[in-house]
Design a protein around this ligand. Structure first.
Ligand code: ZN
Length: 113
């Protein structure tokens, strides 16, 4: 399960940050969700609730910020958002593109106690 392992590493990362800050509990977390990450917002929330049950992050408030992808086109030397859901140049329709951002799920912010 792709989303499950994605969330599992998020939770591990949160645990690390908690440890570094000597925090006991996560009150709130903001997660940026790249439009090319392949993760559905609903599934992300579902697995997050599922995997934080009984942990330091149980019942914390989850805010999800969608991050629009940016690509670079090698054919016409431009960058911008690809025409969703296609991964191609919005200008010249070339598929010779590089993903600059938007293919990750990251922790943006956390409120700890
Ligand atoms: Zn192009």
């Amino acid at each position: 399960m792709f989303e499950r392992s994605m969330v599992s590493s998020l939770v591990k990362e949160m645990e690390l940050i908690c440890g570094e800050n000597n925090a006991e509990k996560v009150l709130e977390v903001t997660i940026s969700l790249g439009s090319l990450s392949g993760v559905e917002e609903d599934n992300l929330k579902y697995w997050f609730q599922n995997m934080t049950k009984g942990t330091f992050a149980e019942d914390c408030k989850v805010t999800i910020e969608r991050e629009n992808a940016q690509i670079y086109c090698k054919a016409c030397d431009c960058h911008g958002p690809p025409p969703y859901p296609l991964l191609m140049c919005m200008n010249c329709k070339s598929y010779d593109v590089e993903i600059l951002s938007g293919d990750m799920v990251n922790i943006e912010n956390m409120a700890l106690i």
